[in-house]
Design a protein. Structure first.
Length: 451
């Protein structure tokens, strides 16, 4: 909170850039403004405590203070990064920031830009795929984000799902069976699934690409930044080491990149795909001969503030191995491993598998899948009442059946508890989190046994 005073200092610097203009002070009723703002604050209290370490539910990572402040400062200009007319400085900051992200994946040449989020970024990636391979299928795993199937329908591109293995990763044998049928234009490889944090076997998919000649689009919206992290499993590390070989990828700075919503990013390895975006506009793109970001984006107006916040964050926390940013990612993964270890040594619960990144899913042990699902629902509600906020996921029995052979599978899916350990503080707080959850779990399980 102390850092908010820095905005006034920064505003003074910003205003010095416009001292040659006649004085202008917009008329605002300050008392009314204050009253409305306090009302907003009251209404915003109706939220879960997303920034606190006791929140470990959905993928809601608080922005870094520098991102908040830079975003706030930029709103005095309110730049629009569609054309240089609307955001000269912020457009330059976007290009620089995206280039730094591209270099993180080993691409010195690329075409890319920010988007309003991962959905729009994936839409652009699949739109380019559809233009390059018209009429051919897009293929993704059953655990890929639902947006791929939905976007394919919006774009009028045929779509197929590939079954997953017991770790929620795309099955290579099932993918090859589809490829043998022909007519596949693009395979989506998910690097960190939303439900379980699983990483598809990119190296095997690259081997298939040599034989079948399809594009590879990597959905790294959630997991992409872990390319900087140490301590990954060898097969997971191999996926990140080969991301430089994919054709396009998506990453969400508003997840592990410490940015406010919405800030996604799509990058293409081959800059020549920019020709597919070419369009005419009778009233923009005339103030500079430089590339306007609107000329390589399907979106028109886009918040330059997102670029300003991202640029500032990457100045403060460079995207380099063994830097502070990478170190904090490692803490997130360590927190997930610690939680998994606590669960694996507790006879009341069973995990699906050790986390590849920083998501852990587990269920209470019970005599049937329906009973375990019911207890998960109760645990979810009661833990929230104790200020331990988790999430739920309905996952296929394949992920658990070998782990609990005594369980009766009276349904094909089981409701799991799911935790996203996306804050580095989760590592330091894990024992405290576990103690609070353990007390709730003991009470709930005793209650369910008696009821």
């Amino acid at each position: 909170m102390k850092s908010i005073s820095f905005v006034q200092d920064a505003l003074s610097v910003l205003e010095e850039g416009f001292v040659d203009l006649p004085p202008f002070d917009p008329s605002v009723d300050l008392e009314h403004l204050r009253a409305v703002l306090l009302t907003v604050a009251e209404k915003m209290r109706d939220n879960f405590p997303y920034p606190h370490p006791f929140y470990l539910g959905q993928m809601l990572k608080p922005p870094h203070p520098i991102a908040r402040l830079a975003y706030m400062l930029s709103l005095w200009i309110n730049p629009n990064n569609h054309a240089l007319d609307g955001g000269r400085a912020s457009s330059a900051m976007e290009k620089e920031s995206v280039s730094e992200i591209a270099r993180m994946f080993g691409w010195n040449t690329h075409l890319g830009h920010l988007t309003s989020g991962g959905t729009m970024a994936n839409l652009e990636g699949l739109w380019v795929s559809g233009r390059l391979h018209p009429g051919k299928h897009i293929v993704a795993s059953q655990q890929a984000h639902y947006t791929h199937k939905r976007i394919s329908a919006v774009l009028g591109i045929p779509f197929r799902e590939v079954p997953c293995d017991h770790r929620a990763r795309m099955r290579v044998d099932a993918l090859e069976a589809i490829l043998k049928e022909g007519n596949v234009g693009t395979v989506v490889v998910t690097v960190g699934t939303t439900a379980t944090g699983s990483v598809d076997p990119l190296v095997d998919v690259l081997n298939l690409q040599e034989r079948y000649g399809f594009r590879i689009h990597a959905d790294c919206a959630y997991g992409g930044y872990f390319i900087l992290a140490d301590g990954l499993r060898p097969e997971t590390r191999a996926v990140f080491d080969h991301l430089t070989e994919v054709d396009s990828l998506v990453i969400d700075p508003h997840k592990h990149g410490l940015q406010p919503y919405g800030c996604g990013c799509v990058i293409f390895k081959d800059p020549s795909v920019g020709r597919l975006y070419k369009h005419e506009s009778p009233y923009t793109y005339f103030t500079s001969h430089e590339l306007h970001l609107g000329e390589i984006s399907l979106e028109c107006s886009r918040p330059g503030s997102s670029a300003v916040a991202l640029w500032a964050t990457q100045r403060m926390l460079p995207l380099v191995p063994r830097g502070k940013f990478a170190e904090d990612l490692g803490k997130c993964r360590s927190a997930a491993l610690r939680l998994c270890d606590l669960l694996d040594h507790d006879p009341r619960f069973v995990t699906a598998f050790a986390p590849e990144l920083d998501i852990v899913v587990w269920v209470p042990k019970a005599d049937s899948a329906s009973r375990a699902s019911q207890i998960s629902e109760t645990l979810f509600q009661e833990a929230a009442g104790a200020n331990i906020h988790m999430a739920k996921a309905n996952l296929p029995k394949l992920l658990f059946e070998s782990r609990v052979p005594e369980m009766q599978w009276d349904r094909d899916q089981i409701t799991c508890l799911r935790t996203c350990l996306m804050k580095p503080e989760h590592l330091e707080w894990m024992e405290r989190i576990w103690t609070a959850f353990d007390e709730t779990a003991e009470r709930v399980l005793r209650m369910t046994e008696n009821g």
